[in-house]
Ligand binder design. Sequence first.
Ligand SMILES: Cc1ncc(COP(=O)(O)O)c(C=O)c1O
Length: 396
Amino acid sequence: MKTTVSEFREYIAQVGEIDQIMIDVDRAEGIHVWDISGKEYMDMLSGICVGNVGHRNPRVVDAVRKQTERYMHVMVYGEFVQSPQLEYFKRLKKYLPDSFAQIFYVNSGSEAIEGAIKAARLFNRRTEIISCRNSYHGSTLGAVSMLSEEKFTQPFRPLIPDCNHIRYNCFEDIEKITEKTCCVVMEAVAVGTGVELPEKNYLKQVRERCSEKGAVLIFDEIQTGFGRTGKLFAFEHFDAVPDILCIAKGMGGGMPIGAFTGRKDIMLALNNGHPLIGHATTFGGHPVCCSAALAVLEAIMEDDLMRDVDKKGEMYRTLLKHPLIKDVRGIGLFNCIELREDVNWQNALKACFSNGIITGTHLFNPQCLSLKPALIITPEQIKESIDRIHTALDSL
Ligand SMILES: Cc1ncc(COP(=O)(O)O)c(C=O)c1O
């Protein structure tokens, strides 16, 4: 069925637009997206790290088909025992430290963050939420309250009180975590200003401080999870295990699902005898999405998709060179291109799209373009995408 850009803009509420970049999607497969005119794009955004196993991964498509043939939504709140929920966590648990005892399924990243914070509050009954400056954890009011920039929070005031900030990678700021702190929410690898890796021992010291002060450490691995950095979760690269791990995006391989998983004592605090005193969601743990999520894990593990992620990322970091590029940095296939300050990033984005490259900017630093293709990308495709990016930049 064909759509038109003007009708789409008229009827579907828009939250922002970048002039001239609209793809009328016809189909997507692997690392490619095609528009209705037949133009092919290489996807360097993967739906913001959703498509780690590639668009329409056959395992995911098959799992969705099989589950829809059995049942779709039946009932929530645990009255109905649903095997896809159980099978998924039993499998995920194999790859997590033993401390991750239970999972709570939700529908998105924002909701995983909300649920994790509620669990932390129920657990230690404190209020202060600490997050990092220039980090984004979602669009719900709770998550918006954690944003550091006034321009993003001002229209929504009054916000959730007691949200404070520290600077990512600033060792001095770690002292701001005190006995009053309910939880610290942070990304293991920060993405808001481009991709920023933690300094040596930074996460370890945050971990130690949280343990010392009784604050719950929540890692947001909503972008970095599911093989993106070369390990199933980014925290595995660094010497720090969170109390709660928030996951979404790549978890469902294109189906909407999120979750938070954590220490048993914290997860048990969610149970107050009534779902509305813990956290409730009608579609959380949807059996079709859980089946898709299990297929994603199978694809990553059985098809060994993490094996060459480091090497593939290294190709981008070493072969992408252009006078308009200031830096190419990241870890695994979680990278960004930082353009020189005098380059108009909107023009760069448009040039990329014209040359068959889908990418996007980073929220707090639009000079940074995303380089996050599916893990299944081949070395030949990487070279081709680098050529296209070079050609796009040449045209500016
Ligand atoms: C790091 C991070 N956390 C949380 C979220 C919110 O996830 P969702 O859009 O699924 O609510 C996002 C979304 O971009 C994200 O990048």
